[in-house]
Ligand binder design. Structure first.
Ligand code: F0G
Length: 471
């Protein structure tokens, strides 16, 4: 296996996803859509002329060279599978050193046999979410083309990640767009602390996304949202690490929360490429889980039957649905603020992923999400609300019989527990007013696994009695 990937020299390029268009662009071009038809862009490779390993096992050799930054990174360890940038341009801060943990407790909760449920802890990334996998890739591309400012709209994690890469590398200024009052304090505090220029828009994520596209175009700022095809290249590596942790045996299911749909799209591309390269012989099924209050994918895929259809996606279906949302004034609304998105930019690519992985889409409500989150937390490490949608969705798919008790299921825990303490505290609180304020309006009636703090007077006997009563 080659030790480093050469400068790509025409072996990697960008291509429009629309089958009737297919216009290609050099990797050095900065684009977030096709100049001819406005379609999404994909990064594609001339694999026949690239040094692709014969077996995925060859990647294990990189562990022995962990003192080299590109081998230490859980993203760039797989550079041969995302060979769009020369090694000397790569910006890495040791992202992707995450782990796959079997969880007997969560398996029992969702109705799987012991040993059948695995949690992929992406909250262990430097900025506390899976976003660092994609940010190192987009940031590397931005650096390659000499960008001086980078922007994103965010529900909080993409912005924290961008701010972190800018803060550490000092190569660019971060300009982040967030919906006012729409991101959790944990995430907002990261962006402020890392020194990002933070633009709070009176609106939600969908508004911020719309504006950041306009502004980055007008001011020539590099855009790192997942319309940026290089982001998804980095996020493919989450699946490589899952496979590696399972000794390269694909699981039966990958279950992931769906917001802007970058992750699910990246996973589908990862498996599609590995299969085409003959590096895996079986593709896991994919389940993408929406929140009920932000369920565009569920509505379009499961209810209205929109499909990939060899790339000839019925765009009119989405346009009509968005017009309905506008006419009824319906905005995205869920306690899982990370996935509070009604207009997912990677919708079309996600349809491809669902096609490649024989996928399903489900929606879970905020109560299901928070109960699942509490079970995850009780079994260690924990996650933020959006991440727990994967566990709640697995439980639902087990109840429906779509997932079998004997299946091996990987749930992606996308963000760290400490990202959103407000939701966690409200769930476990003894204070009914606080519960109602934060969760009541969300339709959460019962915190099934609440671990209430025990209030006691400052008195030794009372404290001892409280411990004896509660243990
Ligand atoms: N989980 C977490 C913790 C997230 O932050 C996000 C997205 C998702 C799941 C959904 O992933 O967009 O790839 O479908 N957060 C974005 C952000 C939108 O701005 O931080 P997706």
């Amino acid at each position: 296996m080659s030790t480093s990937v050469p400068a790509n020299q025409g072996l990697a390029f960008q291509r429009c996803l629309e089958p009737d268009c297919g216009t290609t662009y050099d990797v050095g071009e900065v684009r977030t859509s096709c100049g001819d038809c406005g379609g999404l862009l994909d990064v594609v490779y001339d694999w026949d002329r690239l040094p692709v390993p014969k077996s995925l096992r060859e990647f294990e050799q990189k562990w022995a060279r962990r003192n080299e930054p590109l081998c230490r990174s859980g993203v760039w360890r797989f550079h041969e599978l995302l060979p769009f940038a020369p090694p000397e341009k790569i910006v890495t801060i040791g992202e992707g050193q995450t782990m796959l943990q079997p969880s007997a407790g969560v398996a029992e909760y969702v109705g799987l046999n012991p040993g059948g449920l695995f949690l992929e802890y992406e909250g262990l990334n430097p900025s506390g979410s899976f976003k660092d996998n994609g940010m190192t890739a987009a940031f590397t591309h931005a650096h390659t083309i000499g960008a001086k400012r980078a922007a994103c709209a965010s529900t909080g994690n993409t912005s924290a990640s961008l701010a972190l890469y800018c803060g550490v590398s000092k190569l660019m200024q971060a300009v982040i767009f967030i919906g006012s009052g729409k991101i959790s304090y944990g995430k907002l505090s990261q962006s402020l602390d890392y020194g990002a220029l933070t633009i709070q828009i009176a609106g939600d994520f969908d508004d911020a996304m719309h504006r950041v596209r306009q502004v980055s175009e007008q001011l020539g700022i590099y855009l790192v949202n997942s319309v940026n095809p290089f982001r998804l290249e980095g996020q493919k590596t989450i699946m490589y690490r899952v496979l590696e942790s399972l000794d390269w045996q694909p699981p039966d299911w990958i279950v992931v929360p769906g917001g802007n749909l970058g992750n699910s799209s990246a996973f589908g591309k990862a498996f599609m490429e590995l299969h085409e390269l003959g590096l895996i012989d079986r593709i896991p099924r994919l389940a993408v889980i929406n929140a009920v209050g932000a369920n565009t994918l569920h509505e379009l895929y499961e209810v209205r039957g929109n499909r990939w259809n060899d790339g000839k996606v019925d765009h009119q279906a989405a346009t009509e649905y968005y017009a309905e949302l506008d006419a009824s004034g319906r905005r995205a609304s869920t306690i899982a603020s990370a996935i509070e998105i009604n207009r997912p930019v990677d919708y079309q690519k996600c349809l491809r992923a669902l096609h490649v992985c024989d996928g399903v889409v489900r929606e879970v409500n905020d109560e299901q999400i928070l109960n699942a989150k509490a079970r995850v937390g009780e079994n260690g490490l924990g996650c933020e609300p959006a991440s727990a949608a994967s566990v709640a969705g697995t439980k639902l798919l087990r109840e429906e019989g779509v997932i079998a008790p004997s299946d091996r299921v990987v749930c992606i825990l996308t963000g760290h527990q400490l990202k959103d303490p407000t939701a966690t505290i409200a769930y476990h609180t003894t204070d009914q007013e606080e519960f109602n304020r934060v969760l009541g309006s969300r339709g959460v009636k019962r915190a099934e696994f609440a671990n209430r703090a025990v209030a006691v007077p400052n008195d030794l006997d009372e404290i001892v009695r409280a411990i004896q009563l509660n243990s």
